[in-house]
Ligand binder design. Structure first.
Ligand SMILES: NC(=O)c1ccc[n+]([C@@H]2O[C@H](COP(=O)([O-])OP(=O)(O)OC[C@H]3O[C@@H](n4cnc5c(N)ncnc54)[C@H](OP(=O)(O)O)[C@@H]3O)[C@@H](O)[C@H]2O)c1
Length: 267
């Protein structure tokens, strides 16, 4: 019997799965024969992502749902989202959270209280509420030897700014570092549900698009900015998705922050 095909048949909900890193996790989960719920900020964006992924993976067990997490009703919205995901695809085994809005960057003198508090909604409140929702919707986890119980987990997303400061990134650095602490504490609060996080360095996704007019310009711009890294380039979604897959598979990992940063911290 296969011992390492651990995600086959599991139901994985990827919140932020319509684009970027989350979309990579969706595709990696499909290739691992998991059943996947992809969540975008709207039903339209989820449907559009599902149809393009299904063109590549016609037999994928994939459902798309929309949920705008920027609303004050985030607590109820997450509860309704995960209830619907379980109704459509069955009991949830794992939740991956990669959703985020634009980065709040710039000189400290230009940061307004409103801008900092707006950033806090998706980068502080949303992960906390996802932790709360995971406790309810991943119920039924049991600790014990692998194969003896149900392994359930939540994987959050932070970033290398948590470990390495950069001028103009103070607001995001606060949330990034906070997410590392939140991950470790949720691992105790939600036990035996496992809680982990991925800390990517720079990854070529739409998060960087505001500075560039096309995908080609983005790739060239990121190469100019990050070609000096030990790996010689910015990370790709296909690379960093592996860190999420590891954390989903290893039922011995909890409270861990897995880093995939292109050697950024070495220089
Ligand atoms: N890319 C990097 O270099 C990098 C480096 C370190 C850390 N990170 C972190 O990794 C995470 C993912 O980044 P990414 O590069 O994959 O970003 P991305 O390509 O911009 O994708 C963002 C995702 O978040 C979803 N989203 C945005 N606003 C939302 C809302 N109000 N409600 C629900 N979903 C919403 C988007 O959904 P729709 O498309 O449906 O709107 C999309 O699926 C972020 O926390 C980011 O800070 C990224």
């Amino acid at each position: 019997m296969a011992k390492y095909n651990k995600l086959a048949g599991k139901h994985i909900v990827v919140i932020g799965g319509s684009k970027g890193i989350g979309r990579g996790v969706v595709e990696a989960a499909i290739e691992s024969n998991a059943r996947v719920t992809l969540v975008g900020s709207s039903q339209q964006s989820a449907d559009s992502a599902v149809s393009s992924i299904k063109a590549e993976y016609p037999s994928a067990q994939l459902v798309g749902l929309g949920c705008d997490l920027s609303q004050p009703t985030i607590d109820k919205d997450l509860d309704a989202l995960l209830t619907r995901a379980a109704e459509l695809t069955g009991e949830i085994d794992h939740i991956v959270f990669t959703a985020a809005d634009n980065l709040t960057l710039g000189k400290l003198e230009d940061i307004t209280p409103d801008a900092a508090l707006k950033a806090a909604h998706m980068r502080f409140l949303a992960p906390v509420m996802v932790g709360k929702a995971a406790q309810k919707h991943l119920a039924g986890a049991t600790s014990g030897a692998p194969g003896k119980g149900k392994d359930k987990s939540l994987v959050l997303t932070t970033g290398s700014i948590a470990s390495k400061p950069n001028p103009g990134w103070s607001v995001i650095a606060f949330f990034g570092a906070g997410l590392s602490g939140l991950t470790r504490n949720l691992a105790l609060d939600l036990s035996p549900i496992r809680v982990n996080a991925v800390e990517p360095g720079v990854v070529s996704t739409g998060l960087w698009d505001s500075g560039f007019k096309s995908l080609e310009e983005r790739e060239a711009g990121l190469q100019r900015m990050f070609g000096h890294l030990p790996v010689g380039k910015a990370g790709t979604v296909e690379e960093v998705a592996e860190a999420y897959m590891y954390l989903l598979r290893d039922s011995n990992a909890t409270g861990e922050i897995v880093q995939t940063r292109g050697g950024q911290l070495l220089i």
